[in-house]
Design a protein. Structure first.
Length: 85
């Protein structure tokens, strides 16, 4: 009988995934019911993020605001979606 090869499992650390998103669109959800979609320019070890060409959407009111550049505190972020939605 032939042995089946086990599927290769790739492991990636969270900060490695965020690092791979630099220069790409990303959706960031924060605790205050606001969504930010923009291009990730950089981040630090605390996941404070700098985004460019940002659209801010208040999920309670649906109001949209555009920003050319924005600094988000990593403390308020609860979800990141690479590629946006």
């Amino acid at each position: 009988m032939s042995e089946q090869a086990e599927p290769q499992v790739s492991q990636i650390l969270p900060l490695e995934l965020v690092d791979k998103c630099i220069g790409s669109k990303i959706l960031v959800l924060v605790k205050s019911k606001v969504e930010f979609t923009g291009t990730l320019v950089g981040f630090d070890d605390f996941v404070n993020m700098v985004l460019e060409d940002v659209t801010e959407v208040n999920t309670k009111t649906g109001k949209e605001t555009n920003h050319s550049k924005l600094l988000l505190s990593g403390k308020s972020i609860y979800m990141l979606v690479p590629g946006g939605l």
